[in-house]
Design a protein around this ligand. Structure first.
Ligand code: HEC
Length: 110
């Protein structure tokens, strides 16, 4: 009997974990371009052009930027290994609090 209870307990834990990990993966896979636009306009467009395919007052055009590039810029103000930056300045601050919005930004910049 005790074994059965233990087994049931583990089963519950497993299914519980499965649900928790399933939700974020789903949203991470499918970023929302409309949410991305709003985030871009309020957090990036002061330096980058409101139209990401054009150069901005401070930041370069970033349309089509890869996930690796956006992640490196926002989380660490760095670049992916081997990436040749469009500008040699180091004016852009990291914005790690935007981590959960990266899929939306990618969807908008695509
Ligand atoms: C304070 C101004 C500023 C803000 C705000 C800013 N950036 Fe930048 N960004 C820059 C500058 C300037 C560069 C060029 C490198 C540098 O000076 O750091 C750059 C470079 C980049 C690059 C790399 C371009 C390349 O190919 O070399 C990406 C991608 C990028 N920014 C994305 C973003 C995103 C996404 C946001 C908003 C979440 C953002 N930036 C907010 C100023 C800014």
């Amino acid at each position: 009997m005790r074994r059965l209870i233990t087994a049931l307990f583990f089963l519950l834990m497993l299914t519980g974990c499965e649900k928790k990990t399933a939700a974020p993966t789903k949203t991470a896979a499918a970023g929302d371009p409309n949410r991305g636009r709003a985030i871009y306009l309020s957090n990036c467009a002061a330096c980058h052009n409101p139209d990401p395919s054009k150069d901005g007052s401070v930041g370069p055009a970033i349309k089509g930027a890869s996930r690796e590039l956006i992640e490196a810029r926002l989380m660490r103000a760095s670049y992916p290994p081997g990436y040749k930056p469009k500008r040699n300045t180091a004016a852009m601050p990291a914005q790690p609090y935007l981590e959960s919005s990266i899929p939306d930004l990618i969807a908008f910049l695509r």
